[in-house]
Every structure is written in structure tokens, then in C-alpha cells.
Design a protein around this ligand. Structure first.
Ligand code: IMP
Length: 219
């Protein structure tokens, strides 16, 4: 069975990835005592950040030697990293790669902002923008690297997905995370936070990127 080491500390993303890809893969995730580096996401693109995360974690695991590598059968596995975010057309594509720390960048704070603060900032910036001009999309880039002790690190493979929609005037719904309460996917009238996990996991940017990745892994 193919093993995927999911290089994120966001538990919600791990759950979404496993729910979408299903039981034909085995999933490993970063644990508190793994001593893996925290990768600074300073690239200008989702692809750059995803590739940096996957390569850094894969190289660290490979350099550790057999004793501290995840035990897998066969003796190789893939590191999978995701970088994703929201692009709002009326804001020139912002928050983009800054999606997780959109509110914090105003005050020069390091680290991510609370979802409610990011959503409040977005609503403030879009206050005078009419519905027709509130178009947006979630974008996801997945980076995959094979880790095999017998060979040098392979190059990163990228898979991309996007989900078009628009930004509502107020948050709606309790599900999901991040900007889900504000995002209405095209062809629907409810937000991602109202539509529920099952439907979100069929429509989302991550679902589309994962469908491409799954097809490549199983080909
Ligand atoms: P990352 O962990 O650096 O990829 O940050 C992604 C950020 O983009 C998250 O913290 C959310 O704010 C936003 N985001 C990405 N995917 C989603 C999603 O599926 N729903 C809502 N917000 C998302």
C-alpha cells in the first residue's frame, strides 16, 4: 500500500486529505515529538511554498537515517505538502499566499491570524463592492516527493486545483475552517461552511488537486 506522510501541522487539512483520498492509501502525519523543522512560507506562489515544505520535510526525514524514518512496507513513501488560499478578484488576488495571516500582516505580527479576524478584514475591504464584483476562488497546490533510502531525493511533482465562487456579505454556517463561512461556490447558494463536509470535499480546490494526485499515484 502507498504511504503518504502529510507535511502539515493543520489537523483539519490532514482530515480533509484522508477523507477525500480514501482508504486506498496509508497516512502518516507530523507528531508533536517529530522534531521536524517549521518551514517558513515565504515564496511568492502557492507552488513555491508547497514545494519548499515537501522538499524540506522529505530531506530532513531522509537525512535522519533508517532508525528514525517512518517504518513503511515497501521501504519508501511519499511526502505530501499542500499550500492553499483564497484569491479575491476585487482585491487584485489578495489574500493569496498570505491567506492564513491576512489580518496579522497589518500589524507586522508573525504567525497566523484567527479565522474570524481574517474574515472580518476581508469583509471590511469588500464593504462597498457589489455582488457581481465579489468573484473569488480557492486555489490549492499539492507537492509530492518520493522518499526512498536507496536513491537520492527525487524532484517535486505538483498538482493544482481551483474552485470558483464569490464572497458573501456576512459569514454563514458553522462547518469547515478559514474563509469557508464567506465563500459561496459557483452553482450553489450556501457557503462552504453551510454545505457540509461531504459536498465541500467533492467540490473544493483540494478535492480537485487530490483527484489528479490520486490518479497519478495509482496509474
Ligand atoms: P496554508 O496552511 O499556508 O496553506 O494556509 C492556507 C490558508 O488559506 C488557511 O489558513 C485558510 O485561511 C485559507 N484556506 C485554504 N484552504 C481553505 C479552505 O478549504 N477553506 C477555507 N479557507 C481555506
Amino acid at each position: 500500500m502507498i504511504t503518504l506522510f502529510i507535511a502539515t501541522r493543520n489537523a483539519h487539512k490532514v482530515e480533509e486529505i484522508a477523507a477525500i483520498l480514501g482508504p486506498q492509501f496509508r497516512y502518516l502525519k507530523i507528531k508533536g515529538d517529530d522534531e521536524l523543522p517549521v518551514v517558513v512560507e515565504d515564496a511568492l506562489t502557492f507552488a513555491g511554498n508547497a514545494a519548499k515544505k515537501a522538499e524540506t520535510i522529505a530531506r530532513t526525514l531522509l537525512l535522519r537515517g533508517a532508525a528514525r524514518m517512518p517504518a513503511t512496507e515497501p521501504g519508501k513513501f511519499f511526502v505530501l505538502a499542500d499550500d492553499s488560499g483564497l484569491e479575491v478578484d476585487a482585491l487584485g488576488g489578495a489574500p493569496g499566499v498570505h491567506s492564513a495571516r491576512f489580518a496579522a500582516i497589518d500589524c507586522g505580527m508573525v504567525g497566523n491570524s484567527a479565522d474570524a479576524e481574517n474574515n472580518a478584514k476581508l469583509l471590511r475591504l469588500l464593504a462597498n463592492v457589489p455582488q457581481a464584483a465579489r468573484t473569488a476562488r480557492f486555489r490549492c497546490v499539492l507537492a509530492l516527493v518520493e522518499v526512498d533510502r536507496a536513491v537520492p531525493l527525487q524532484s517535486v511533482r505538483l498538482f493544482e486545483g481551483a474552485c470558483e465562487g464569490w464572497m458573501d456579505f456576512a459569514p454563514r454556517g458553522k462547518g469547515g475552517f478559514g474563509y469557508d463561512p464567506l465563500f459561496i461556490p459557483l452553482g450553489h447558494e450556501q457557503s462552504f461552511a453551510e454545505l457540509g463536509e461531504g459536498l465541500k470535499n467533492r467540490l473544493s480546490h483540494r478535492a480537485q488537486a487530490l483527484a489528479k494526485l490520486g490518479a497519478w499515484l495509482l496509474a
